[in-house]
Ligand binder design. Structure first.
Ligand code: HEM
Ligand SMILES: [Ca+2]
Length: 702
């Protein structure tokens, strides 16, 4: 039995004409960006009367003035709040981004007189006509890319020589479809197309999702967490910061656009002891990569490229802290006789289980398998730097560092594009989106990570399992831990009696992942980051609910819109979903949502059947395939694009097998040929690392 509604007791049987009952015939369909695009072509821009000639209208309009006044106002508030703190660059940036949003709103209120009731669909178009003055937006600044002609900049700038900022860290997520917000500007989508409130994201999660612990026999947990690692390379939604640059502390009573809290419905069987999940909003950003005004967008703190941001960071400051500054090496923690660990962070938050000396990177230590994967690429960097040093004893620290980084990123891209993606998408979609291997670099393409990709399509959270095995170097099972035991916790990594950190990596190539469906592990749906602290307002989180909530906060259109973008018909009634969702899934959706156009993207995607031959839902696969194709063609340094590697170097990267990489970077006696796939007695058996092993052939780099 699926749980009943915990939130809305007025849930009613859907009959497929509900939409018409609640929506006036002449009412614009606010949620359909495609319709918007079509209308735009045919209708002329019309603004309310009061735009011109009204006493309220600002005319002539001086953007620079409005900006300066707004920034002065905001800085003043900050100065009085934090008289001791220096205003640093990040703070200035955040003031300016805020000012942009404020100026947008005040400009709009004066031009449109009254935002309520205006045709909000035109706002974005209108605002985009104005550029933020140059001195307020660093993206205008001229950059000398000469030094980066043949190596990547740490922040991703100069990857595109024509538009140096494209794809760099701190630029906004781009979008497939125009944002839909309640007020047209940035307020989280909260209403059904019928006008009634949408159910709370937690309510959706409770009623839509289950936990049947369905395993997939086709991939390992290592494959699953590798996906998390890739996602974290491309995307880091910047958390909103307060005036002094500190992360926002959200409480359940706070109800402004800095927090995206999720309400807990009454009678929630798991969370009745908390009122909400308090969640900081994503920091706002200029709407495009050229500083126009416009409606709210979200900031990506990582480079959008696939360039191992999780390993090297996205800023000079970060990487400088982690470099040894001799021989191109990264700092490590020596745990002889085992392979090196990541360096100990000097500052930041403590891990949950540790005293104040052990700092925890919330992202790297999200789970210890992920920590292990980051460690593997860290170790590999140092292996490469040492090998390059053997070949080029005269190279400087910088040359060795950049050389090793380039090979590391190149090999990572090989694994992502040649191994991970074909398996995730299936051969059919891979052939469709990557027909002749990599396409030529195209500087006109904006290498943007789409908010729909990072907030929904690539949040493969239904694959996340409950229990995590530890295994010996001979792959004998030691024991299993709940996600909770290895999430933001350092101690198990130091537990060398049970194999230390690498025990989890070894376990992950033996464990299956969960299947793509609407089953989510209780560990992430009811117990994520659970704390025993009685005083904590948020005692635990629900990850699928957070995903749904994030979709709404990021102004993401409904699932229906993306179905259509992927070539399926836009559903007018729930049963029209039947080409992507089975009967039971459709029934689930019908019980929760008023209208097919209400279905949140994340929810819709996780009700879907998998793409034939692939491992994730049909629409997700379509979005993911297109996203990776876009990132590939807009990445000047993509490993097969001209000039990055010589043909012999490329061949060496291709010949270096994933299994040998595992043998090089994991403390293990043996490994299966394809670590993404479960070991089988024949075809994918685990064989000793001493057999059929060949490390990366460095001759072409001599
Ligand atoms: C143990 C497993 C995992 C945990 C505990 C976890 C947890 C989280 C959390 C807490 C967030 C932020 C949610 C929010 O505030 O909106 C997040 C975001 C995300 N997750 Fe996961 N995740 C896991 C596995 C995965 C996997 C397997 C994938 C993909 C293959 C994935 C892809 C993503 C992506 C793309 C984001 C957005 C990142 C951003 O833009 O900041 N995650 N995850
Ligand atoms: Ca990146």
């Amino acid at each position: 039995m699926r749980p009943q509604s915990y939130y809305r007791d007025d849930s009613y049987d859907d009959d497929d004409d509900d939409r018409d009952k609640y929506q006036r015939a002449d009412e614009p369909d606010r949620y359909l960006a495609d319709d918007y695009d079509n209308r735009k072509k045919t209708t002329k821009k019309t603004f309310p009367d009061c735009l011109f000639g009204s006493s309220k209208a600002v005319k002539p309009f001086n953007m620079q003035n409005m900006f300066e006044t707004e920034i002065r106002r905001l800085s003043k508030t900050i100065n009085t709040e934090n008289s001791d703190d220096e205003i640093n660059d990040a703070t200035r940036q955040s003031i300016i981004a805020k000012a942009a949003v404020h100026v947008s709103s005040s400009l709009l209120s004066s031009l449109f007189c009254d935002l309520n009731g205006t045709d909000t669909e035109n706002l974005d178009e209108f605002l985009r006509q104005f550029q933020v003055p140059e001195k307020f937006c660093s993206l205008h600044s001229k950059i000398d890319c000469d030094a980066y002609k043949d190596r990547r900049h740490i922040s991703g700038i100069c990857n595109n020589l024509k538009n140096p900022h494209y794809g760099s860290a701190g630029t906004p997520f781009t979008r497939i479809k125009k944002a839909v917000y309640d007020d047209g500007l940035g307020k989280r989508r909260s209403k059904s197309v019928t006008g009634r409130p949408l159910p709370s994201a937690r309510d959706c999660s409770l009623r839509l999702f289950q936990n049947k612990q369905q395993f997939s026999r086709s991939y390992t947990n290592y494959f699953v967490i590798f996906g998390q690692f890739i996602g974290h390379d491309m995307s880091l939604a910047a958390p909103a910061k307060d005036g002094s640059g500190k992360p926002i502390a959200c409480g359940c009573n706070r109800n402004d656009d800095m927090c995206s809290n999720v309400k807990i419905p009454p009678n929630d069987p798991w969370m009745s002891d908390q009122k909400c999940m308090a969640i900081p909003a994503t920091a706002e950003a200029f709407p495009d990569q050229i500083c126009s005004l416009g409606i709210r967008e979200q900031k990506n703190d990582n480079t959008h490229f696939i360039d191992l941001s999780v390993v090297y960071g996205s800023s000079q400051e970060t990487i400088d802290n982690f470099r040894e500054h001799t021989d191109g090496l990264l700092i490590v923690t020596d745990v002889t006789p085992y392979k090196d660990y990541l360096p100990q962070q000097q500052s930041g938050q403590s891990c949950v289980d540790a005293d104040d000396r052990v700092k925890c990177d919330g992202r790297v230590m999200e789970n210890l398998v992920l920590t292990g994967i980051v460690t593997q690429w860290w170790r590999f960097h140092n292996m490469l730097a040492r090998k390059l040093k053997e070949l080029h004893s005269d190279w400087s620290d910088d040359e060795l560092f950049e050389g090793a980084k380039k090979i590391n990123v190149g090999y990572f891209q090989k694994v992502v594009f040649d191994e991970y993606l074909p398996m995730l998408l299936g051969q059919e979609l891979t052939d469709q989106f990557f027909p002749d291997g990599p396409t030529k670099y195209d500087p006109e393409k904006i290498p943007g990570v789409w908010t729909e990709f990072s907030t929904a399509a690539f949040r493969c959270h239904s694959l996340v399992r409950e229990w995590y095995s530890r295994a010996t170097p001979y792959h004998k099972l030691i024991d299993q831990k709940l996600l909770w035991d290895i999430s933001l916790r350092a101690a198990p990594a130091w537990d060398f009696n049970f194999g230390g950190l690498d025990a989890y990596l070894r376990g992950s190539v033996n464990d299956f992942g969960y299947a793509w469906d609407w089953n989510f592990a209780d560990q992430i749906r009811h117990h994520l980051f659970e704390t025993n602290d009685k005083k904590a307002e948020t005692k635990r989180y629900d990850l699928p609910a957070m995903n749904i909530n994030r979709c709404r906060a990021h102004g993401i259109s409904s699932y229906n819109v993306y179905r259509e973008w992927c070539g399926y018909k836009r559903a007018k009634k729930f049963s029209d979903f039947s080409d992507t969702i089975n009967t039971e899934g459709i029934q689930n959706l019908r019980e929760v949502y008023d209208d097919p156009d209400d279905v949140d993207l994340f929810a819709g995607l996780n009700m879907e059947d998998s793409v034939p031959g692939g491992l994730i839902g049909k629409t997700s696969a379509c979005i993911v395939a297109r996203q990776f194709a876009l990132i590939q063609v807009s990445d000047r340094f993509y490993y097969e694009h001209e000039g990055v590697f010589t043909p012999a170097q490329l061949q060496a990267l291709k010949d270096f097998t994933h299994r040998s990489f595992m043998c090089d970077t994991v403390e293990t006696y043996s490994m299966q040929t394809d670590p993404y796939k479960p070991r089988t007695p024949e075809g994918n058996e685990q064989i000793p690392c001493t057999e059929n092993y060949a490390t990366l052939n460095m001759e072409p780099w001599r």
